[in-house]
Design a protein around this ligand. Structure first.
Ligand code: NZQ
Ligand code: ZN
Length: 386
């Protein structure tokens, strides 16, 4: 295990009725930029509840609405202008990963003397940020408790992750009942995203025994509760377990001390950058093909271990059989239990014409990963997933 420093500065208020904790925002000043998406929080009534609590607490509220899934740099720029014009003290995201990511870069953009896109392509330029707060409404990205943000400039087919400790929310409210209204499609995509974050941490060059067991627990939680949430959207235990799994998959616990470099995410981000597809669906499509592609004499033990510890396969069976069966179970879980479309064609990528350019861009992120991948390897994985 490598040396590490571990610190998560996010105060989590988990459970029903925690929204009243929004009063704590007073600790950061008086003017709030409320950031939200395309309207789900208005339909659910959460918007009204948030405004009521903020106003009762004497906070001034300005709004950035309409943040897109796969949030655009244009929304961030709008948010930055609102912060500058209105003397905003803090940014409150109410929504999913897209809204929280937009809020994070807005918070840093407000303190940056230049265009916010600079902060997306060069995290070293993030030197100050307004405090970020979040009310999470979908279990998926873990943005509620991590230091990352992913922003797109679709005019240039660019989607990049950036990060800074300054992005880590100061406080996040995780009320699982807010996720009751998440659609089947988004529930499935979110579950696949949580699993993918965990796979990225699990298949490592330098493993920690304890960290691997944490990963297996998160995976088993998703496998158990993802289908329950699909069948019974208002099942509190299912929503609660998925929500907490979302935060833990990416908050640093699973990779502290390990040699982790993500691989499927860079490949998926190119799909979203060029075709604006749903992140979790793209990951579910690519993951089994990536697993098959990197399965070799060097990796078979790890895949067999995954099969035994996560899918309860027989530890005495042949390791190659177990490894292949584990990959097949992963594919079937996404397809049959979560009902995710499992080819690129089904999500609207109907030609292979961009595979080369997408693979070239993704390759930069896949160099030092579990099994390093070059452009040619990534093209083959896209083709297999087509
Ligand atoms: O926009 P609204 O109307 O709110 O609707 C959203 C959106 O259409 C809807 N939704 C959210 N909560 C809901 C709800 N609908 C009904 N009831 C609710 N309670 O769900 C749709 C998707 O929302 P979005 O925020 O886009 O989903 P998600 O949380 O999956 O975020 C995806 C984005 O996060 C990035 C992805 O690349 C993508 O851009 N990621 C961010 C990461 C991070 N910050 O650490 C890591 C991830 O790997 C990922 O890359
Ligand atoms: Zn993800």
């Amino acid at each position: 295990m490598y040396n590490f420093t571990f610190e998560i500065p996010t105060r989590i208020h988990f459970g029903q009725g925690q929204l009243k904790r929004l009063r704590e925002l007073k600790e950061s000043g008086s003017e709030v930029l409320l950031v939200y998406g395309g309207g789900s929080i208005k339909r659910s009534g959460l918007y009204d509840d948030v405004l009521k609590i903020l106003r009762e607490a004497g906070l001034g509220v300005f709004e950035l609405s309409g943040v897109e899934p796969n949030p655009r740099i244009e929304s961030v720029r709008k948010g930055v202008r609102l912060c500058r014009e209105n003397g905003i003290d803090m940014v409150l995201a109410v929504g999913g990963g897209s809204v929280i990511d937009c809020a994070k870069v807005t918070a840093a953009g407000a303190k940056y003397d230049g265009d916010a896109w600079d902060l997306v392509i060069d995290p070293s330029k993030i030197t100050a940020a307004l405090p970020v707060y979040a009310v999470l409404t979908i279990a998926a990205t873990g943005s509620e408790m991590d230091s990352f943000a992913v922003i797109s400039d679709l005019s240039r087919n660019e989607k990049w992750g950036t990060g800074s400790p300054l992005f880590t929310p100061k406080m996040s409210i995780l009320d699982p009942s807010y996720t009751f209204s998440v659609s089947r499609r988004q529930t499935a995509a979110g579950t696949a995203d949580i699993m993918s974050h965990t796979f990225e941490n699990y298949f490592t060059t330098e493993e920690g025994f304890l960290q691997a067991r944490f990963c297996e627990a998160v995976l088993k939680t998703c496998i158990h509760y993802g289908p329950v949430a699909l069948k019974d959207p208002e099942n509190y235990e299912a929503r609660a377990n998925l929500m907490w799994a979302s935060s833990w998959a990416i908050n640093g616990t699973l990779n502290a001390g390990c040699g982790v470099n993500w691989c499927v995410h860079p490949m998926e981000h190119e799909l979203s950058a060029f075709y604006d597809i749903t992140h979790g669906q793209g990951l579910a499509i690519l993951t089994p093909h990536w697993m098959e592609y990197v399965l070799s004499a060097d990796t078979v033990d790890k895949f067999a271990e995954y099969g035994v510890n996560v899918w309860d396969l027989d530890p005495k069976a042949d390791k190659w059989l177990n490894a292949r069966e584990a990959i097949e179970r992963t594919r079937r879980f996404f397809k049959d239990a979560l009902e995710i479309p499992m080819t690129l064609r089904e999500v609207g990528i109907t030609t292979q014409e961009k595979f080369e350019i997408m693979a070239e861009k993704a390759a930069a992120g896949c160099e030092g990963c579990y099994v390093p991948l070059k452009k040619e390897d990534i093209v083959k994985i896209y083709q297999a997933a087509f």
